[in-house]
Write a protein that binds this ligand. Structure first.
Ligand SMILES: CC(C)(COP(=O)(O)OP(=O)(O)OC[C@H]1O[C@@H](n2cnc3c(N)ncnc32)[C@H](O)[C@@H]1OP(=O)(O)O)[C@@H](O)C(=O)NCCC(=O)NCCS
Length: 161
């Protein structure tokens, strides 16, 4: 592959590859095919992917909400064979930038208290703990709720007329 792999917004044709990546990356609490299909159609969802030569190297899904200035990172995953090379950090930064442009003032997420790699990524990216949720996951593990202020997010100006 020439150069550093870049990211782009996911499209409907990525559905199979998104589901396959999810299966390679998560043992449980997977985002279902139906959820991915719905997210691809949802104007409040933002799906970013890093394509590889034959499959997706990484993907992230976030939702912004009409009633809250905080967006929610629903999923981020890097192919096991591509981890530790900075793709997760790059994708997260791209997501934050895109959400800030859409008016989000903060990004929130939940992560299993035992997920060391994800916690390292989030803490190094400036996320702080704002809560703990008992037995949040299918396997009974607790979640940390994390948040990062995105530094934009002033109320969107109403257009005149
Ligand atoms: C979490 C995940 C997305 C990280 O992706 P990645 O591309 O390997 O992460 P990066 O290479 O960008 O690493 C970002 C930072 O986190 C740290 N980090 C990543 N994995 C780590 C690990 N296993 N142990 C310690 N630190 C780790 C890196 O050291 C790096 O910091 P540095 O640049 O200062 O060294 C990836 O491990 C993954 O897909 N895991 C399975 C799915 C998952 O758990 N998603 C999160 C659900 S909330």
């Amino acid at each position: 592959m020439a150069g550093k792999p870049g990211f782009r917004i996911a499209r409907t044709a990525d559905l199979d590859a998104l589901v396959a990546l999810e299966e390679r990356c998560f043992a449980g609490d997977r985002m279902s095919r139906r959820s991915y299909a719905a997210a691809l159609r949802n104007p409040r969802a933002l799906l970013l992917v890093i394509p590889g030569d034959t499959s997706l190297l990484a993907a992230a899904t976030a939702f912004s909400r009409a009633d809250s200035p905080a967006a929610r990172l629903y999923s981020i995953a890097v192919d096991p064979a591509a981890r530790g090379a900075g793709l997760g950090r790059r994708l997260l930064q791209a997501m934050e930038t895109a959400l800030r442009r859409r008016g989000a003032g903060a990004l929130r997420l939940e992560v299993s208290t035992g997920n060391k790699s994800a916690l390292a990524l989030y803490r190094k990216s400036g996320y702080g703990i704002i809560g703990r949720i008992a037995r949040y996951y299918e396997d009974g593990s607790d979640a940390w709720r994390l948040e990062k202020r995105l530094g934009g997010g002033l109320p969107r100006q109403k257009r005149a007329g």
